[in-house]
Design a binder for this molecule. Sequence first.
Ligand code: TXA
Ligand code: MG
Length: 341
Amino acid sequence: METLYLKVRDLKQDGERLDRAAQLLREGQLVAFPTETVYGLGGNALLPGAAKAIYAAKGRPSDNPLIVHISSLQELPPLVREVPPAIHQLAQRFWPGPMTVVLSKSDWIPSETSGGLDTVAIRMPSHPVAQELIRRSGVPVAAPSANLSGSPSPTCAEHCLHDLDGRIAAIVDGGACQVGVESTVLTLCGEPRVLRPGAVTLEMLRQVLPDIRYDPGVFHHLPDQAKVASPGMKYKHYAPHTRVVLVRGSREQFRRFLQGRQEPFGALCFEGDLPQEPCPLLTYGREHDPSSQAHQLFDALRRVDGLRVPVVYARVSGEEGIGQAVYNRLLRAAGFEEIAL
Ligand code: TXA
Ligand code: MG
């Protein structure tokens, strides 16, 4: 299939392109589009065939449910069994924005979209192109990240093209994503829990839900038979083919650790960590600026295999705010392998 490339820089001037993409979505075709977090691979959330096509295009296991994207709060009630009161406060503070809430689903949501679960994850993105595309399509839009299953999420249209060119109907190019890591996922089914950290941090959520906590699967490797709160926790994620090992320590400790290595290796570290470039290296932002790390992480992970080394040591240090989301993704990229110096 030929993938249509639609550049949208200005909502008014490029309105016809948005209409084209919206029509494709309505008809059940797949369209990659920008959000403030990462690019999504959109399909009509109400059509079982569109959900099946999403799993096929990504090579994603069909028991890993899709996030359903809406453009206004009025679109929510028909998609869920009930709207819990907390949603109004959460929505007021964090929607539109990088927050996804798991609720019990209504019969409108086909089981293909929800991965066979009786819950559905809902998000209202803030990116103007995403909002306008959903609004013009007139349907809720199911959208996982627009990458091949297992590889790092795409933060620009080039990443989507690399993974999905020829496999989907269209790509809407709206430039680079601002945040760079996927939305915070929390559940309101049972005790409130964060299932995936993101730009809306635990501390921010506690202002509305004082008792909310991280699910144990967020920072710990769960045994294979464990019942997971979010199917995404079971699968290998963000992983380059190259072995990645996290190394926790100061800049000085990291430099000394690398000096002591005999075998060939590469490094993934913060800007300024290794000015002498003792090995092939990539950086992901600045040490005390977690937003810069989130913004650059996935692009850096996509380049790891290009270093052509057997192992890459990735430096981590204290995680604050969105830094917790960065660490959560790095843990998965490293298969939970971490050395503390
Ligand atoms: O920022 C984002 O959330 C991006 C953009 C495109 O919106 N989307 C995204 O989707 O990251 P995806 O499919 O790559 O990740 C969704 C995560 C998965 O780990 C999935 O298991 C979990 O959310 N999830 C979805 N529905 C769920 C549900 N009903 N219950 C528990 N976890 C759910
Ligand atoms: Mg994903």
